[in-house]
Design a protein around this ligand. Structure first.
Ligand code: FES
Ligand SMILES: [Fe+2]
Length: 363
């Protein structure tokens, strides 16, 4: 048999309607390509609401490219810049996850070239006037995104219910980070299907039974919706909103939970009274970092969210364990998945997105 490269094997499986083969989760060369094309050459969620919030503040995208920094200018515009000097490449900011430049500029410690928070060169006199290397920074769907002109998916459309949320006065009540010892694609696949609620998340299945879930696909996103059972107001330990203001107006929306995956690394779960906004970063072929911001209505600031936090910490851990079990198996010749279930159209759509995003690297 012809020795297929990992990309060819992945494309063939997707084209034939089969789940991705083991090497999609173990092949180092494929992983490097994904990093290059899907993450470093893409539009992706870098930081959350609340990061680089006030003039002069900055946040480092440590799990993506540690040199990529989101800054907040004096006019509250956010910028995505690389803190690498255009003179001879010294780094400009301290090696910490975030900070504040009170002088509203950056100065290179090596030979003192200066830059604005938008990356523009200041006080040009020596050398060139080239700005720092930068990307466009956009705020959409409660996250801050870095966007490159040569992105693999120039279309940046989102499900409408997600775009609408930008009009809600959301504030961040909690932010957590954890790691999963599994390939990032296993983590996304787990997110875009609900069948596993029954076996893996009994508590979640109690409020939103998986059989009532429906999905919708965009070109570069996958969305799902589920009605809440009659005796639930929201998804939490108690199923009660406990005084938290709703973030949706519509009567119908108050009775449902929506979720979405936005290529390549943003995930969302919206309940009537809070939004979970996730960012996922592929660290190694078998290691993924996840950030999760819990966003509530500004009127709910100070309201208790502990029962929401505890509920989701448990769900996230249940997902982590199942993804890690798949990753352990992916190194074995026994790992040979044969079919998607009908409820897994989201997984199928995601696998096809990956095949599409990598296709051009073969041409
Ligand atoms: S390397 Fe930054 S000024 Fe020389
Ligand atoms: Fe799950």
């Amino acid at each position: 048999m012809k020795d297929l490269t990992a990309i060819e094997a992945l494309r063939r499986a997707s084209a034939e309607g089969r789940p991705l083969p083991a090497r999609a989760y173990t092949d180092e060369a494929l992983f490097r390509l994904e990093k290059q094309r899907i993450f470093d050459g893409s539009t992706f969620a870098v930081a959350g609401l609340g990061d680089a919030e006030r003039p002069g503040e900055w946040t480092r995208a440590s799990d993506a490219d540690p040199r990529l920094v989101i800054t907040c200018g004096a006019d509250l515009q956010r910028h995505a810049i690389f803190d690498v000097c255009r003179h001879r490449g010294a780094t400009l900011l301290p090696e910490q996850p975030s900070g504040r430049q009170r002088a509203l500029c950056l100065e290179c410690p090596y030979h003192q070239w200066r830059y604005g928070l938008d990356g523009a060169r200041l006080g040009v006199g020596r050398g060139s006037s080239e700005p720092l290397v930068r990307a466009r920074c956009e705020q959409r769907a409660a996250q801050r995104w870095a966007r490159y002109d040569d992105a693999v998916h120039p279309d940046f459309s989102l499900p409408e219910w997600l775009d609408v949320l930008d009009r809600a006065p959301l504030v961040r009540a909690r932010s957590t980070r954890w790691e999963v010892r599994a390939n990032w694609k296993l983590v996304v696949q787990n997110f875009v299907e609900a069948h596993h609620f029954e076996g893996v998340h009994r508590a979640l299945e109690r409020w939103t039974p998986w059989r009532a879930s429906q999905s919708t696909m965009g070109e570069w996103w996958i969305a799902g919706e589920m009605p809440l059972v009659e005796d639930a107001e929201t998804v939490s330990e108690t199923g009660r909103t406990n005084g938290r203001a709703l973030i949706v107006g519509d009567e119908r929306e108050r009775r449902r939970v929506r979720d979405a995956y936005v290529f390549p690394n943003a995930l969302y779960s919206r309940q009537p009274d809070y939004l979970l906004a996730y960012r996922l970063f592929a660290l190694d072929v078998d290691r993924t970092a996840l950030w999760c911001d819990t966003l509530v209505h500004s009127k709910s600031e100070g309201c208790a969210i502990e029962e929401v936090a505890r509920f989701w910490d448990r769900v996230h851990d249940e997902d982590r364990l199942v993804c890690e079990s798949q990753q352990r198996a992916a190194g074995s010749r026994g790992f040979a998945p044969v079919a998607y279930e009908p409820s897994e159209d989201g997984v199928r759509a995601f696998d096809a997105m990956i095949a599409r995003a990598l296709a051009e690297t073969l041409e």
